[in-house]
Every structure is written in structure tokens, then in C-alpha cells.
Design a protein around this ligand. Structure first.
Ligand code: CTP
Length: 413
């Protein structure tokens, strides 16, 4: 099930297009921005109009496109002032090498560079998504301009690495629209965990019985991956240890370690935990595994009785981390099917952790929404407060804010 989040609701974005083949991707970017709740004002240079028409961008954004500083539609004839005063951010995508050179020099001889220069820098950040051939990108002149733009306060998004329109392969491709959207959404999130090292486990584990079968569970990993994304958006350095799931690594996650079994998860987590400030154990770890692993597939042929096998206990990863001499701040998850509060409180005590997040497993596995019950040694409260459900990423962001409060972290931009 998928829910539609409006992460950019109420945001005004000026989207500037400059000359480059990646202009076709910006049509999709406008669609995504609008879908995420933003209002988008498109501005196009002459070069951009050689690749895509203002008609397309007007239809997708719902606003006439600005293409000239002499556009008489603005009553005071000052589109560069008016539009940049309303904007929460200016995004240049694609940003050509030439346009970045203009920006670095502070030139203003056409409407988009004029608007970038005239924008109120404190209120209206500039995000630049370069798009060019790999030789142009790696050229010292371009790199000099990039450094200058960063020094001047711009945020550079990408570029990506891969196949280029010219047939060459390398750095310089514009980020995909979905990635640009995620980066912009992340940009607007409060940096409540700036500089914190956050370790997260996610997904189920798979305990092999023989080379083709195993014991696993219904965890989809979505809650853990939402935690990882929210932590990265909040400015944390995130390590994600994932069981077998089919989910893309959230942008901004520094390191992902894929594992199968609880033992492998334990072996990946323990060394990382000593270097972490926060540990969030979202994974649905199998409590037991088959005591012996059959070397070959257990065959049915000729057998009258069902095979039986012994189980042995897996290490408790969360309890092991909480028992470290200097443990990170540990957050456990309790996936239950009944008596949520009672079980969550019992687990909090048993695992000796400061905070546990309860949820009803069967009601949430595989879904994009969830309802959480946060429990600490003295208190308990629901997220969302009214007991309804909310998108997992929205909940994860609220949990990050709660962790920042508990750890007394200062908010930084
Ligand atoms: N957990 C863990 N290692 C395990 C089992 C659980 O790290 N071997 C973590 C989970 O990631 C979760 C929390 O412990 O954060 C609670 O897991 P759960 O399986 O619900 O708890 P159990 O102690 O196994 O209790 P029970 O199976 O009786 O519900």
C-alpha cells in the first residue's frame, strides 16, 4: 500500500533550467515537485529553450514560464525581484558548465543569473544540479567554479556517474528527478541529528534450514529504511544493516551492510555499535535458527515422516549492544500481535534500554503507514497522538526529533 506524502506542501520553488539535454528530466522533476505539494515557478534560459519548450513546463507547473528579464507581465517589470522574494529555494536543474561560470562570476546579463544574484540569500538558498559531459565537469575551470559556488553558499546536488548523452561514461550526469526531489526534501528537514552517528538494523533475518529453505518473517524493512532516511535527512551519518529486503538504500545513508542471518547481523552490528551514538533496532530478528544446516536440500522422496530439526537460540543483538561498556543510546522495537504496552514495557526492562517503540506487527508489515507506541521507564505515548496511523517516514522524522530532545542535541542548520 502506498500513501501520498506532501513533504513540500506550502513551499515555493523557483526552478531554473539552463541549456543541456538533461532539460527533459526537469519536466519530470516539476511533476514530482508539484505532486509533493510545492508550487513551482519555472525560469528558462535561451539555451534551455533549445531543448524543451516553455509550453511543456507551463503545463506541468501551472504557471507561465519566465524566459526574459524584459517580460512585461510583471506590473513593476521586475520578475527577478518579485519571484525570488516569494521563493523558499531556487533550484538550477540542469545547471550547465557555462551557467555555473556565470554564477561564480556573479554575472547577471539574462533573467536566471540575474534572479540568482538578486535573491535574498538568507531566506532563499540556491541549489545547483550540474549536468554536463565528464570532461567539462572534471575541467579545472569547472571545479574552480564549483568551489566558488560552495564558498558563496550554494548547495551542489550531484552530479551522478554513468552513461552520458554523448555516449561517454563518467561523472557529470544530472541526478535523476526522484533523487533531486529526495535531496530537496532532505534539505528542508531540520538538522536535529547533525554529526550524530546512527546505526540502524532493518528487515527480517533469514535462517537457513538447507540450501533452498529457511525460516523468516513478514518484516518488509520499510520502517527501518524510513528510520535510516529520516536520520540521514536530520544530518546524521547513518549505517544501515539490512536483512534480505528489496528496498533501495535511502539517499544520504553512508554505509549499507546486507546480511541474511541473525548471527551475520550481530557480527555486523557489534563493531559498528562501538562507534555509534544511537542504535535503532528496527529489524525483526529471528529468535531461533536450525541447530544444524543441512548441506544439501532435504528431500521428500521415500520419506514417510516429516523431517524434524532442532532449533538453537540466536544472539540478542539489541541486548548485546545495550550491555556494551559505553553503549550508544539504544532504541528497541517491539512487534507484537496483542498487549502492546505490557510486552513493550517488559522488553524495555529485559533488554535494559531507555526507549522502546511498540507496533502491531500484523497491522503494519509491508505497509507504508504505522501507529507507534513509545514507551520509556516512566511514560508511554502514541505517535500519532490520536491513535491513527501515519506514513512511516513521517513517524520516523518525529522519532528523530524525540531522540534529539532526549540527547539534548542543539539544532544546527
Ligand atoms: N532483537 C535483536 N536481536 C534478537 C531479537 C530481537 O536485536 N535476537 C531486537 C529487535 O530488533 C527489536 C527488539 O529486539 O528491537 C525486540 O524484538 P522481539 O523479537 O520483539 O523481542 P524478543 O526479545 O525476541 O521477544 P519475543 O520474541 O518474546 O516477542
Amino acid at each position: 500500500m502506498s500513501t501520498q506524502r506532501t513533504d513540500l506542501l506550502g513551499r515555493h520553488i523557483v526552478l531554473g533550467l539552463t541549456g543541456g539535454i538533461a532539460c527533459y528530466k526537469s519536466a519530470e522533476l516539476v511533476r514530482l515537485l508539484v505532486k509533493a505539494g510545492a508550487s513551482v515557478q519555472v525560469v528558462m534560459t535561451e539555451g534551455a529553450q533549445a531543448f524543451i519548450t516553455p509550453v511543456t513546463m507551463q503545463a506541468l507547473s501551472g504557471h507561465p514560464v519566465v524566459t526574459s528579464q524584459w517580460d512585461a507581465r510583471e506590473p513593476n517589470n521586475m520578475a527577478h525581484i518579485n519571484l525570488s522574494r516569494e521563493a523558499d529555494a531556487m533550484v538550477i536543474a540542469p545547471a550547465s558548465a557555462d551557467f555555473m561560470a556565470l554564477l561564480a562570476q556573479g554575472r547577471a546579463d539574462e533573467v536566471l543569473s540575474l534572479m540568482c544574484l538578486a535573491r535574498p540569500r538568507e531566506r532563499c538558498p540556491l541549489l545547483v544540479a550540474p549536468a554536463m559531459n565528464r570532461e567539462m565537469w572534471s575541467h579545472p575551470a569547472t571545479q574552480r567554479n564549483v568551489d566558488q559556488l560552495i564558498q558563496d553558499g550554494a548547495v551542489i546536488l550531484g552530479p551522478d556517474n554513468g552513461e552520458q548523452a554523448c555516449g561517454e561514461v563518467g561523472d557529470g550526469r544530472m541526478l535523476e528527478p526522484a533523487d533531486l526531489l529526495d535531496d530537496l526534501i532532505a534539505f528542508f528537514q531540520p538538522k536535529v541529528l547533525q554529526g550524530q552517528r546512527v546505526l540502524i538494523t532493518a528487515g527480517p533475518t533469514f535462517e537457513a534450514i538447507d540450501p533452498v529453505r529457511g525460516i523468516t518473517n513478514h518484516s518488509s524493512g520499510k520502517m527501518g529504511f524510513a528510520m535510516a532516511r529520516a536520520a540521514a535527512e536530520a544530518g546524521a551519518e547513518v549505517t544501515l544493516v539490512a536483512g534480505p529486503v528489496h528496498l533501495d538504500t535511502p539517499r544520504g545513508v553512508v554505509r549499507r551492510i546486507n546480511v541474511q542471518s541473525a548471527q551475520q547481523m550481530h557480527d555486523a552490528v557489534l563493531p559498528a555499535a562501538t562507534e555509534s551514538d544511537i542504535f535503532i533496532a528496527t529489524a525483526a530478528v529471528a529468535d531461533w535458527r536450525p541447530a544444524t544446516l543441512a548441506q544439501h536440500k532435504i528431500k521428500k522422496e521415500g520419506k514417510k515422516v516429516a523431517p524434524s530439526f532442532e532449533l538453537t537460540e540466536n544472539p540478542d543483538i539489541l541486548a548485546a549492544v545495550a550491555a556494551l561498556p559505553q553503549p550508544p543510546y539504544c532504541v528497541g522495537f517491539a512487534a507484537e500481535s496483542e498487549n502492546l504496552l505490557e510486552h513493550a514495557r517488559a522488553k524495555l526492562r529485559r533488554k535494559r534500554i531507555p526507549l522502546i517503540v511498540g507496533n502491531l506487527g500484523p497491522a503494519t508489515f509491508g505497509r507504508d503507514d504505522n501507529a507507534l507506541l513509545l514507551v520509556d521507564s516512566t511514560d508511554q505515548w502514541q505517535l500519532p497522538p490520536d491513535g491513527s496511523t501515519a506514513d512511516k517516514l513521517v513517524l520516523a522524522r518525529q522519532l528523530m526529533a524525540e531522540l534529539a530532545r532526549r540527547l539534548n542535541l542543539p539544532e544546527s542548520d
